[in-house]
Design a protein around this ligand. Structure first.
Ligand SMILES: [Fe+2]
Length: 427
């Protein structure tokens, strides 16, 4: 299905529309500003997306001459830290828009002429899928920048759906035994999702839904941020040093900042903007722990009837609006219970969409991992100070989210759309 060139072109188009929406929402002064040292100016993301598209699709796949080799170093994420990017001689907003449009014209021409069975890089449309996903990932990063920018609202979206009729609460027992983790067959799966391999996971309990604002508030009200007992040594040191007292963007009195507006916290929705250390402390306070990555994936993909691993909790079909809160369709996590059609066969809800979920696992390659197509995508991060997050958020596009998709970040980070659910061993 992904080898269909019209489909690939439609995905490139759809993705660019989102990028345009996020960058056209503010004026040029705003585009070149740095809203947080954690983030790039939006104009950097824009031209970086075009530069990666030029490198991979125009130069590598297409074998064409470079458009702007002179700017490659400015948009190489490994050469300049985010905090240093505003001082670089970047393309200005008009130049950046022209550049990405020129690159896109050439990339579409390459798509038109390339044979998609020619070599592994383009097999199943992979290189095009990689570039679509890369741009979508930056669209999520840009959404996080929007969340950090000062000033009034410039983005709008309808509210997420209501919780539905069935109450979703408590824990779900995931029986012990082997399941297939990762994939060999998803054409757009990235190297770190491969290969498929069997993992034996002992029986465990996992929360039927992510931890809500209401539940997290109980932890705060119980003095959770004042009691080192619940925190790891590193987590407590960070809590003190950073002065953490609540999730990022909480504004006190049951309110939170949401894309330039102060809104009441939706108590039945998953908590968002928490670090790994906060998630870990909450879990210990609740008498639980975070799930491992393998536990999370088994809960999300394992079908007890067939023993097979699905692409998504609901099956192999791509996510529709009835399955999950993805794609910036809404600008907040949805209340728990809002997506009954997206539940796993065992009844675990909202694994996909709403909030990225912290797991207790460090980021490593699956057994049998092979770099493809370049080490800087995943391999250079293996073994670093990263925890794996799973499932995607309301800011993640459906093209950049699967039951096998892996995200990773430093345990102190919380400007991302991160939440969590808890698990525990069988007693
Ligand atoms: Fe990038």
């Amino acid at each position: 299905m992904t080898t269909d060139k019209n489909l690939i072109a439609a995905e490139l188009e759809r993705t660019r529309a989102r990028t345009a929406l996020l960058t056209d929402a503010v004026d040029d002064d705003d585009l070149v500003q740095q809203h947080s040292p954690l983030m790039s100016p939006l104009v950097w993301d824009l031209a970086h997306v075009g530069n990666q598209e030029e490198l991979w699709l125009v130069r590598d796949v297409g074998g064409r001459d470079p458009l702007r080799q002179d700017i490659d170093h400015l948009y190489d994420a490994f050469k300049h830290a985010r905090r240093d990017r505003p001082a670089l001689p970047l393309l200005d907003p008009a130049e950046a828009r022209t550049y990405v449009a020129q690159v896109r014209d050439k990339a579409l021409d390459v798509l038109d002429r390339v044979r998609l069975d020619e070599r592994p890089l383009v097999d199943g449309g992979f290189a095009f899928g990689m570039i679509v996903q890369h741009e979508q990932q930056h669209d999520e990063t840009m959404l996080a920048t929007h969340q950090l920018r000062a000033g009034g609202p410039v983005l709008s979206a309808p509210p997420p759906p209501p919780p539905g009729n069935r109450r979703v609460r408590g824990e779900v027992l995931i029986p012990g035994g082997p399941f297939t983790m990762g994939t060999d067959t998803d054409p757009w799966a990235l190297d770190n999702e491969r290969p498929a391999h069997v993992v034996d996971v002992p029986a465990f309990l996992i929360d039927a839904a992510p931890v809500t604002n209401a539940a997290y508030l109980e932890f705060i009200d119980a003095g959770g941020y004042q009691d080192p007992h619940w925190w790891s040594a590193r987590g407590w040191a960070h809590r003190q040093e950073a002065g953490l007292t609540a999730p990022m963007h909480w504004a006190g009195e049951g309110l939170a900042r949401q894309f330039g507006q102060i809104v009441p916290l939706e108590m039945t929705a998953p908590v968002v903007h928490v670090s790994y250390f906060e998630a870990e402390a909450y879990a210990r306070w609740a008498g639980k722990r975070l799930p491992t990555e393998a536990e999370w994936e088994k809960a999300a993909r394992w079908d007890p009837e067939t023993g097979r691993s699905r692409r998504f909790p609901w099956g192999d079909d791509p996510p529709g609006p009835e399955h999950a809160n993805l794609g910036q369709r809404h600008l907040a996590p949805a209340p728990v219970g809002a997506y009954p059609a997206g539940a796993s066969p065992l009844g675990v809800h909202q694994l996909i969409g709403d909030v990225w979920e912290w797991t207790s696992s460090d980021f490593h390659g699956h057994p049998g991992f092979r770099v493809f197509p370049y080490a800087e995508y995943s391999e250079v991060f293996f073994g670093g100070d990263y925890k794996v997050l799973r499932g995607g958020s309301f800011g993640t596009d459906r093209a950049a989210c699967r039951g096998t998709f892996r995200n990773w970040d430093h345990p102190i980070r919380r400007q991302i759309f991160s939440g969590f659910r808890c698990a525990r061993d069988l007693l």
